[in-house]
Design a protein around this ligand. Structure first.
Ligand code: FHN
Length: 431
């Protein structure tokens, strides 16, 4: 009884805010906490891993639709161990995990009461979303959920396959939106996600109005939940008047530097989002330099792995993630809790900043000096490798830093420029 009494005023205020069309915005302090994390794991997984083709997109293409929609009857990833996955992410220096609870193929990795097309009806039966949420909580990793609003399997969603353009007359978007709001209520009240990562807003049936309705529904249940920018319409890369959500989501590329709007690049460790046998994998150097470049642009990196059909992540991917983690163990202060800039990232280097330090991430090995534009009003007190060694520099019409023949780290050598002011307050230098 007591709880309900408390709840009533909150619900009234919330309903009033929505009636005045003042949708909730996520608290900037929560968004800052998210952006300070800088590095997360994306996981694309489902019964499609039995075929090694792309999740959602291969349905009705590389895999016939009927065959694809029945894969769940074979799906039994007996080696799935949520704690192992979370520990792999933690060892990589990742601070959050985002899993595809439901992708465009409509299969749910949690035992939803609103569709039988879910994990409970597979040989595996176990609640994958729930087990991962618990493992994240036990290991101090923020748990986040990917949720598609484009569902080719659902009869109420008007399009049933990639490339469909004629809406199914039997479909009903209002019924569809009601169902996804119910599914989101399940996910929010059972698993308490830190963030919801929506996807699939580009097809005609979805509107900004549906997006706002779902966003308001989420915020009524938990105002703290961070929401990406794929509930509304418009470009994934930016925040615009068409956006519903809190941050931008450039994909398979490092986003443009942006000191105003929060953003996160989602990029695959291999080529495919879900598991593919012998897929081409990125190198440690590419991965670490991508992380430094996203941080240099003031954004986060959501780095995607696709677990195999038996529930394991590939050993070679675990080894690569561990190498990234070892780099972050040494140089993480130049990534976590930093701001991007004050110099724009480029192919040679990226800059991050925190307190009275500017960190320069050097991507090339065979260089004997680095030249940076001077910043008016800034005096350099010292320059050294983050690993310790002091460096000779001078500041005339440019900042010139001499480097030894061998740099400390072949993936990304970090320089520290100690200055006489707070680096985060400096304007961007258009280098
Ligand atoms: O279609 C999806 C794709 O499978 C993957 O989930 C990416 C991740 O950002 N989002 C969509 C393509 O933009």
């Amino acid at each position: 009884m007591k709880k309900t009494v408390f709840l009533i005023p909150f619900l009234l205020i919330s309903a009033l805010s929505i009636a005045q069309n003042k949708p909730f915005k996520t608290d900037p302090a929560i968004l800052k906490d998210f952006m300070d994390k800088r590095f997360g794991m994306f996981i694309h997984w489902g019964p499609v891993s039995l075929r090694g083709t792309e999740i959602g997109w291969s349905r009705g293409h590389q895999v016939p639709t009927v065959e694809y929609d029945n894969l769940y009857k074979e799906f039994n990833p007996v080696l799935f161990n949520a704690d192992k996955w979370v520990k792999t992410a933690k060892a990589a220096g990742m601070k959050y995990i985002t899993i595809t609870s439901k992708h465009h193929d409509g299969f749910c990795l949690w035992p939803s009461a609103y569709t039988d097309y879910n994990i409970k009806y597979s040989p595996f039966k176990r609640d994958i979303v729930g087990e991962l949420a618990t493992a994240c909580k036990n290991n101090g990793i923020a748990f986040c959920i990917y949720f598609t609003i484009l569902d080719w399997h659902d009869t109420d969603y008007p399009l049933h396959n990639l490339g469909d353009s004629i809406p199914d007359p039997k479909a009903d978007m209002n019924r569809f939106v009601k169902k996804i709001k119910n599914e989101l209520s399940e996910l929010i009240t059972k698993y308490h996600p830190y963030m919801l990562w929506f996807d699939g807003n580009w097809e005609k049936p979805w509107t900004k109005e549906f997006g706002q309705e779902v966003y308001d529904h989420i915020k009524l249940l938990d105002k703290k939940i961070i929401v990406n920018n794929r509930l509304g319409k418009g470009s994934h890369k930016t925040i615009s008047p068409l956006t519903v959500g809190d941050y931008a989501t450039p994909e398979q590329e490092v986003g443009e530097i942006n000191m105003k709007d929060p953003w996160e690049s989602c990029i695959t460790i291999c080529n495919q989002w879900s598991w593919k046998p012998n897929d081409k994998m990125k190198t440690a150097q590419q991965s670490i330099q991508t992380l430094a470049s996203t941080s240099g642009g003031n954004g986060n990196l959501l780095f995607n792995v696709g677990p195999m059909m038996d529930g394991r992540m590939e050993d070679r991917q675990i080894k690569l993630l561990d190498t990234i983690g070892r780099w972050l163990n040494k140089y993480g202060e130049s990534i976590y809790g930093t701001k991007g800039g004050p110099y724009k990232p480029n192919k040679e280097w990226a800059a991050t900043r925190k307190g009275s330090k500017i960190y320069i991430h050097l991507f090339k090995q065979d260089i004997n000096s680095v030249n940076l534009p001077v910043i008016s009003g800034v005096k350099i007190n010292s320059v050294h490798f983050l690993s310790g060694e002091n460096l000779v520099f001078d500041q005339t019409d440019k900042i010139h830093i001499k480097l030894p023949a061998i740099l400390p780290d072949k993936n990304d050598t970090v320089l520290v420029i100690e200055i006489n002011t707070i680096a985060e307050g400096l304007p961007l230098v258009m280098n």
